[in-house]
Design a protein around this ligand. Structure first.
Ligand SMILES: [Zn+2]
Length: 77
């Protein structure tokens, strides 16, 4: 079953990957991605780990200073 990791029985998180054109399931404990058929596609890269960390940090910062941050970030995407 895709929702739970075969190796550690932890919950996986679905994540859409445009470059693979598929939703992959990430186990944050094992740091690997599986497809819907429960096949391990690849491991999570350091870069992806950093991106998630950075996003979490940005999110925390933006909730601390909502007005200033949000108005400056308009159209940055
Ligand atoms: Zn796992």
């Amino acid at each position: 079953m895709t929702l739970f990791c075969k190796q550690c029985n932890d919950r996986r998180l679905p994540e859409y990957h445009p470059e693979e054109k598929a939703t992959l399931w990430l186990c944050t404990k094992c740091k690997n991605f599986t497809d819907v058929n429960d096949l391990i596609i690849r491991e999570q890269t350091d870069e992806e780990r950093e991106t998630i960390k950075r996003k979490e940090k940005e999110f925390a910062e933006s909730t601390n200073f909502p007005s200033a941050k949000l108005s400056r970030r308009k159209g940055v995407n």
